[in-house]
Design a protein around this ligand. Structure first.
Ligand SMILES: Cc1cc2nc3c(=O)[nH]c(=O)nc-3n(C[C@H](O)[C@H](O)[C@H](O)COP(=O)(O)OP(=O)(O)OC[C@H]3O[C@@H](n4cnc5c(N)ncnc54)[C@H](O)[C@@H]3O)c2cc1C
Length: 345
């Protein structure tokens, strides 16, 4: 988050700023050296070194710091950025000669579950989704909407959107949040929801970190199933692929997860289909060659409990049938893969 502030003090030099930060009475701590980690992200394109990193132990640490920077005014040119897991790719979580707030340090209060007809969990903005999944499963529950990769923070994905194969039914992650606690640009701690401080709520969700720092989120949950039927279908023709995907998304009695992706055609595709490589590793990079055309993959999943296995099979059978008849859905039959597995973490 980059916040600009009104001037209250003129000619404040950069070098005096760290000492001004040390006057803030925080429960956590500021680091002024060894902050290189905060100048890196997943994209590896931008490296902006901050002057300081706050490792907050409480929401008040964040509020006091943002308030302090706000009161310094814009002439300090000091910017503030919340950093989640640093998996953005264009320096969004970096602050050039500013203050980075390391949100993963904010672990308290602990996750709090509400079990009932409409279950939810209150979590810190720096919590990783993988940890929320682990804790939720202890109650037989799960968040409704995901990203593919779960080592991302709540604040990081909620300031974007949080999209995966459940979004066509449940909406993205930002549509599955009941309430937020936010530190605003003036350092105030504000609770917001669709009914309370609604402008702030809708601004922060998907707000790219520009409208406030998410310190707490109330995430909607649903009962978790024990099994999943997982199907991947590979296409060589883009129009057939998109037509099938749209058909499945629009169908009433459909899958719980539908996602499409583009693949480079290579041997062993189905066993190693989500290929990635480090461009600096020549050996890995040379293996990432297409042996032909680009392919397209539909990834589908049906969640079920063991006592409902017949129901799950019924949902999958019509897909096999249309495939065989070559009617509605045209899969590349030899490239269809089906696996039934237990959820394991
Ligand atoms: C391998 C990989 C897989 C991915 N898969 C998916 C996917 O399936 N679906 C999807 O939707 N996205 C996906 N993404 C993108 C990812 O969701 C975003 O990059 C997300 O912002 C990363 O979260 P983070 O915790 O690393 O945030 P960071 O990169 O640390 O921060 C991202 C932005 O959010 C802001 N921010 C961080 N914390 C807060 C907070 N508490 N309050 C306010 N603002 C905050 C930062 O200032 C910055 O602007 C993927 C990224 C990678 C690298």
């Amino acid at each position: 988050m980059l916040l600009s502030f009104i001037a209250v003090q003129i000619n404040l030099s950069f070098s005096s700023i760290p000492s001004s930060l040390t006057t803030i009475n925080v429960d956590g701590y500021f680091s002024f050296t060894n902050n290189e980690f905060a100048a890196k992200d997943y994209g590896n394109q931008y490296q902006f070194l901050p002057l300081a990193v706050l490792h907050p132990k409480s929401v008040s640490d964040i509020a006091l710091t943002v308030k302090h920077v706000w009161e310094l005014g814009s002439s300090s040119e000091l910017t503030v950025a919340a950093r989640g897991h640093g998996h953005s790719i264009q320096g969004q979580a970096q602050a050039h000669r500013g203050v980075v707030i390391n949100m993963e340090s904010l672990k308290t209060p602990k996750m709090h579950f509400h079990i009932g007809d409409l279950p939810y969990v209150d979590v810190s903005g720096g919590e990783l989704w993988i940890d929320i999944l682990h804790e939720s499963l202890k109650y037989g529950l799960t968040p409704k909407s995901w990203t593919d990769y779960l080592h991302l923070t709540v604040g990081g994905t909620l300031s974007n959107a949080g999209i995966s194969g459940q979004a066509f039914r449940q909406g993205p992650q930002i549509s599955n949040v009941h309430q937020l606690e936010v530190v605003t640009g003036k350092g105030e701690v504000v609770t917001c929801s669709a009914k309370q401080n609604a402008d702030l709520f809708s601004g922060v969700l998907g707000g790219l970190g520009q409208y406030g720092i998410i310190t707490r989120a109330r995430i909607s949950l649903e009962p978790a199933t024990q099994m999943v039927k997982w199907i991947r279908v590979v296409y060589s023709d883009f129009s057939t692929f998109t037509r099938d995907q749209e058909h499945l998304i629009a169908s009433e009695n459909t899958f719980d997860y539908i996602e499409g992706l583009v693949l480079v055609n290579k041997t062993g595709l189905l066993n190693n289909w989500r290929s990635s490589f480090n461009p600096k590793d020549d050996d890995q990079a040379s293996e990432f060659k297409s042996e032909g055309r680009t392919l397209f993959c539909l990834e589908l999943a049906k969640n079920f409990n063991p006592d409902k296995i017949d129901e799950a099979n019924l949902k999958v059978t019509p897909l096999k049938r249309v495939r065989q008849s070559g009617a509605e859905i045209k899969y590349a039959a030899q490239e269809t893969f089906l696996e039934e597995s237990k959820f394991e973490l």
